[in-house]
Design a protein around this ligand. Structure first.
Ligand code: PBG
Length: 348
């Protein structure tokens, strides 16, 4: 018969210490850190490749693979190369891609955003045609398509909210027509989630999901992205629609509105500067929550790694673990392929 000797819990250990340490401590958290097997048993947060989303920048032409100087390893890709990259990511274990477009021509209204022959729509069809188990997500915004680089249609220097939303609906519908599983509006116009949901439903795309960039901050960490997507605003900034990094109650309100309007997944962006926001959003709403480890976060790690100042694979996994631990179910990251490969290596 097994009896539990409660004395070991109730009384300080008796007798002389058998090794170097004194015997009087009851709580020794280090016990569970002694070996890799024990540490693995008690790990609270586990990353898996299933939660990774890999962003791709799709441009015109064929055979184009142009590295973005401020984002080592990230390229502008023509559709054929983007499909190859998605296939390579799939082979690494990444099962979702997020597409951004660099159109052949831009105008002041961002017309190309809804062009069925534009790079994103073409890439969606091509990826869906070749890879049947990859989730295809598309970024919906006008900033990559407008000649002035702003996220909407302008009246002078002011972005017209409702006119812009009507354009975004057309862009989202064109992505759905091409075969996108999930559309991801990143523009931060008011009311766009409801309008896109209505627009998709009206065209028979009830099954296309919306991943809303719900709490998207006006962040300096998007700098390298604007090189990659050629979308830097020609004047001014994005402070009249993206959120002030000083606010978090406002983030909850943005998320609540987007959920009410029909968002299926809500996103917080950027990721590491917003761990508190991710945590509050997940705790409050308990809905699928994504976080975007953005271009500047990636560029900082890459730059420090190049200088030999950090251990890049460890920094990569630590930051992604922290973002997941904070509450993000879905991790959008330029590190997706490297992370998936590293995780596979650890398992095997
Ligand atoms: C488009 C968009 C941006 C990012 C995602 N979608 C840029 C911006 O808002 O200026 C940033 C992503 C990144 O920095 O990696 N509006």
């Amino acid at each position: 018969m097994t009896t539990i000797d409660t004395r070991v819990f109730d009384a300080p250990a008796a007798g002389p210490p058998t090794r170097g340490d004194a015997g009087g401590l009851r709580h020794r958290p280090r016990r569970l850190r002694r070996t890799a097997a024990i540490r693995d048993l008690v790990r609270e947060t586990r990353l898996s490749a299933d939660m990774l989303v890999y962003p791709l920048f799709v441009c015109d032409g064929a055979g184009v693979r142009r590295e973005v100087p401020s984002m080592p390893g990230v390229c502008q890709l023509s559709v054929d190369e983007a499909v190859d990259e998605a296939a390579a990511a799939r082979a690494d274990g990444v099962r979702a891609v997020l597409l951004f477009g660099l159109p052949a021509s831009k105008d002041d209204r961002g017309t190309a955003a809804a062009d069925p022959a534009a790079p994103v729509q073409t890439a969606v069809r091509a990826i869906r045609g070749r890879l049947d188990d990859v989730a295809v997500v598309t970024d919906v915004c006008l900033c990559e398509y407008t000649s002035h680089g702003h996220c909407g249609v302008l009246d002078g220097e002011t972005i017209l909210n409702d006119v812009t939303v009507a354009h975004l609906v057309e862009a989202a519908v064109s992505h759905a027509e091409a075969g996108a599983h999930i559309v991801a509006p990143s523009d931060m116009m008011d009311g766009r989630i409801g309008a896109i949901r209505t627009g998709l439903d009206a065209r028979g795309f009830e099954d296309v999901s919306i991943m809303s960039y719900a709490a998207k901050y006006c962040s300096a960490f998007y700098g390298p992205f604007r090189d990659a997507a050629d979308s830097a605003p020609a004047f001014g900034d994005r402070r009249t629609h993206q959120m002030d990094p000083a606010n978090t109650d406002e983030a909850l309100r943005e998320v609540a509105l987007d959920l009410e309007e029909g968002a299926d997944i809500v996103m917080v962006k950027p990721a590491m500067p917003c761990l508190d926001v991710i945590h509050r959003v997940k705790a409050r709403f308990q809905r699928p929550t994504a976080a975007y480890q953005v271009s500047g976060e990636y560029a900082m790690a890459k730059a420090a790694a190049r200088l030999g100042w950090i251990d890049e694979p460890r920094v990569m996994l630590e930051t992604l673990t922290a973002i997941h631990r904070a509450g993000a179910d879905i991790l959008i990251t330029y590190y997706a392929r490297e992370a998936a490969r590293t995780l596979a290596g650890q398992d095997g």
